[in-house]
Design a protein around this ligand. Structure first.
Ligand SMILES: [Zn+2]
Ligand SMILES: [Zn+2]
Length: 428
């Protein structure tokens, strides 16, 4: 017997199909069966009046810390957090312990995700063995096992010859290569953005040039391997200079995409003034002019995905002094509210624009058939109350970690229900 779920009267936003209107979505079994204005009653009806009905949100940059640091996060706890935040698909980064660098590792992450039956869990594989930047990891076998990208996230691939080999090799499998752009020569032992604030705080700085130099270098490499199936993705870009490099590369129609995090849109280096390690993140929080440039880039359509770079850490580690504490912010469960705050309220994007950058566009980057409400597609749907005001409370997080500087922030836009494969997996 087939199961039916009818979502009625919501504002359906499906940017991939150019839909933004009040109508109903019928799910039969695991698939989208119909998107129309029919109102015939079905057995299970969700009344979505006044709500947004959108393709399930996709975050292509999270750290679930499994294997190796299960006290900070597991695929299980991360999956719970994800559906509570409206994400029906997430992509784990491979910088775990051990590193995800062969097909068995990839299968392990995917299997753990399936077993949890919450959100779809994908993983990227490492570009180089042990993230050491020297020898390429088993990219072919990992692609075959379903890795949706390659990255040494947490660090950039320093050796240009290794990076060039990685780009050429990945192109054979049509899998994206994602780079955490950071030239270690400019980063050194830095813990925050270098500039006025790092000077007065007496903390070693990370020069914005480090990000820009590696991005510039990679763009030259991409030009060298054209044409082909090469795809390159710049992770968490954070500086005005990076925006200009992306702008020029896109003007030249290079196969480049990029992503932005909420913290690089909402917080500046000034936040580090109290030495609160919840603001210690990599790439570091930059200056006001960088935020303006990133917002302009988003308004201009230069940014392809909004991500969280959800990076959970133990309280005990974050309580270390600023120099010693680990980098990272746990933001999965407040992502939507933060993006509404950063982009919709100031008028940088409207809802369809925001949803596009959290659904169809990231799906394209990782090459999965998701991110739309097209008939016949797997029924991953998120229902959002766009007007619900609430206060971010880290104590309500399903995530195991609390390293989140947004505690107490008032935001708008709340996830009401998350449907994955036709099944309601989260209800507020
Ligand atoms: Zn990174
Ligand atoms: Zn990351």
């Amino acid at each position: 017997m087939s199961s039916e779920l009818l979502i009625k009267n919501g504002r359906v936003i499906d940017p991939a199909n150019g839909i933004d209107k009040e109508c109903d979505v019928l799910i039969v079994d695991e698939k989208i069966a119909e998107v129309s204005q029919k109102t015939e009653d079905r057995r299970t009806v969700i009344d979505a009046s006044g709500k947004l009905v959108v393709p399930g949100l996709i975050d292509i940059h999270v750290h679930f810390r499994e294997p190796g640091d299960e006290e900070e996060e597991t695929i299980a706890s991360g999956s719970e957090a994800a559906v509570a935040a409206g994400f029906t698909s997430v992509v784990c980064m491979p910088n775990t312990n051990p590193v995800i660098e062969n097909e068995t590792d990839v299968e392990y992450i995917h299997r753990k995700g399936r077993q949890r039956r919450k959100t779809h869990v994908y993983t990227m594989g490492a570009i180089t063995k042990g993230l050491q930047g020297v020898e390429l990891a088993e990219m072919g076998l990992m692609a075959e096992a379903g890795a949706v990208g390659f990255t040494d996230d947490g660090r950039g691939v320093q050796d240009p010859a290794v990076m060039l080999r990685a780009l050429k090799y990945a192109a054979m499998f049509d899998v994206v290569v994602a780079q955490h752009c950071q030239d270690d020569g400019f980063a050194g032992n830095g813990v925050m953005n270098s500039g006025y604030y790092s000077t007065i705080l007496g903390l070693p700085g990370i020069d914005p040039l480090g990000e820009e130099a590696m991005l510039w270098r990679d763009i030259q490499l991409i030009k060298k391997v054209r044409p082909g199936r090469i795809r390159y993705h710049a992770q968490h870009i954070s500086t005005a200079g990076s925006v200009e490099l992306i702008r020029a590369a896109k003007r030249d129609s290079l196969p480049i995409t990029c992503e932005v995090t909420p913290h690089h849109l909402l917080l500046t280096e000034e936040c580090c003034a109290e030495y609160d390690t919840n603001y210690k993140v990599n790439p570091p929080l930059r200056a006001e002019k960088d935020i303006e440039a990133l917002k302009q880039a988003i308004a201009d359509g230069l940014v392809d995905a909004l991500v969280t770079d959800h990076a959970p850490h133990l309280q005990s580690e974050k309580e270390l002094e600023f120099l010693a504490a680990p980098f990272g912010i746990a933001s999965l469960e407040c992502a939507l509210g933060l993006y509404v705050n950063a982009l919709i309220e100031p008028g940088v994007l409207d809802w369809p624009g925001l949803i596009s950058l959290m659904t169809e566009k990231p799906a394209k980057i990782i090459g999965v058939d998701k991110g739309t409400l097209g008939v016949g597609r797997q029924a991953d749907v998120t229902i959002i109350d766009p007007n619900a005001d609430y206060e971010i409370d880290v104590n309500t997080f399903r995530s195991k970690s609390r390293n989140c500087p947004y505690h107490g922030w008032k935001v708008k836009g709340k996830v009401e229900k998350t449907i994955v494969g036709g099944e309601i997996r989260f209800e507020a």
